[in-house]
Design a binder for this molecule. Structure first.
Ligand code: 5AD
Ligand code: SF4
Length: 429
């Protein structure tokens, strides 16, 4: 989501005549697109903003701007104004459309500071945004914005507002345009894609969107993120299973394997329900790559709750997992709950990572000796002569090949696996 938002900001820069530089000392404009989902993301953003102050001495016309989730938090606009006075522009998550106007205004009067954070939690969706795409064969496509779920640990609903879906016509038009431009993989984005359309009250649903997308002619792949387990229904699972272009690859964050913790997190499902969804996916799509997000150290988490999470890791067999230590976020319900000591969380995350790594290795091993269709994405910079790409179910494969393969679908025989990485040989037609 953030990468795509940066691409939208870069689209505005490009239209204003800016071009990319790899040397930040040379920049006339530096924009930080921030995240505040965990404290370390926020601290890193603030540290990076602090580190560019020195460039203002070299280039008096340098414009420094900050946008994204962090700016939208209560009081952050003032903090940035007071503690980072050299920042020229601060905009909230709803104000991207004004970035162009603000940059022009700053260029005309460099002393001007602009802080604009719109508190509206249902801002209108902007269409026809300029996008400077940076993601090679894949293109990101927003189908909706915001979140209604209020998981008790999460800051997102506070900084991104309520769910707003784009119309199915606009999504399909952008989708077709991207395919016509030559993108081979489109990733549909939403905080919870499964509730796409609920706010439109016109019968639009994620299932309907997937069905329409599957009617589009051509050879391409469709991925989506993220799905909330409470909303991933049988109809969607069936559509994916029977589709020609939708990848058998589902990111289904469970967060915790303990029913007690899931309730405290306000997740609206139990471990049993989650496992029943996984069973359905596996029954319909035995090759489906399933990934997840896992959190340790949530308030009230005891050893037995953590063991329930480890048990889920062993039962499901995720091809990979994002693992996090719970981070207290001001303004959320969980911030008021008793906190687990950091040392305990640290010990648990190490054990969790170890368990998942073992599982990843085990699953990777099953790929050896088999042939998979791979969409070639890029060259491997550290391994001259090699390229890499993904299988339909989301596994990264490296093999000997030239850059002219990028963007094509090829068959690769997997020779070897090393934890999450697969190595193969190209099968010549
Ligand atoms: N602390 C740690 N991890 C968090 N996530 C969301 N909020 C927090 C938090 N306060 C994780 C969840 C979510 C992923 C995007 O980030 O696992 O699925
Ligand atoms: Fe955060 Fe929960 Fe919404 Fe995901 S579903 S963005 S974790 S509140």
């Amino acid at each position: 989501m953030n990468i795509h938002e940066s691409e939208k900001a870069a689209g505005i820069f490009e239209s204003l005549g800016y071009s990319e530089t790899s040397d930040e000392k040379e920049a006339d404009l530096i924009l930080f697109n921030t995240c505040c989902i965990r404290d370390n993301a926020e601290q890193r953003a603030l540290g990076n903003i602090g580190a560019v102050k020195k460039y203002k001495k070299i280039n008096k016309n340098l414009i420094i701007a900050v946008m994204g989730c962090m700016t939208q938090q209560d009081g952050m606009g003032n903090t940035l104004r007071e503690k980072y006075p050299y920042v020229d522009i601060v905009i909230g998550t709803n104000n991207l459309d004004k970035l162009e106007e603000f940059i022009i205004s700053c260029r005309n009067n460099h002393k001007k500071k602009i802080v604009e954070i719109d508190p509206n939690d249902r801002p209108e969706i902007k269409e026809n945004e300029k996008v400077y795409r940076t993601s090679g064969t894949n293109a990101w496509l927003n189908i909706m914005y915001g979140c209604n779920n209020f998981c008790t640990y999460c800051i997102v609903p506070y900084v991104r507002g309520r769910e707003r879906s784009r119309s199915i016509e606009n999504v399909l038009a952008e989708f077709k345009d991207l395919i016509n431009q030559g993108y081979k993989e489109i990733t549909l984005l939403g905080q919870n894609v499964n509730s796409y359309g609920n706010d439109l009250n016109d019968g639009t649903s994620f299932a309907k969107l997937l069905k329409e997308i599957d009617k589009i002619e051509g050879k391409f792949r469709v991925r989506f993120m993220t799905s909330h387990p409470k909303d991933l229904n049988d109809e969607v699972i069936d559509i994916i299973a029977n589709s020609k272009n939708i990848c058998k690859n589902i990111h289904l964050p469970i967060q915790s394997g303990s029913n007690k913790i899931l309730k405290l997190m306000n997740r609206h499902y139990t471990r049993e329900y989650y496992l029943s969804v996984i069973e359905k996916i596996k029954a319909k799509m035995p090759e489906c790559g399933i990934t997840t997000d896992l959190m340790v150290g949530f308030p009230y988490e005891e050893e037995e709750d953590f063991l329930d999470t480890l048990d889920i890791v062993n039962k499901v067999g995720y091809s990979s997992a994002f693992t996090f230590i719970y981070s207290i976020r001001k303004g959320t319900k969980a911030a008021l709950m008793p906190q687990v000591p950091y040392k305990v969380s640290q010990d648990r995350i190490m054990r969790l990572i170890k368990a998942q790594n073992e599982k990843t290795k085990e699953i990777s091993h099953l790929f050896e000796g088999r042939v998979f269709e791979v969409l070639v994405e890029d060259i491997v910079e550290k391994k001259p002569g090699y390229v890499c790409g993904r299988t339909d179910n989301g596994r990264l494969v490296t093999f000997l090949g030239s850059s002219d393969l990028i963007g094509s679908f090829v068959n690769v025989k997997i020779e070897k696996s090393q934890s999450a990485s697969l190595y193969g040989t190209l099968i010549k037609e």
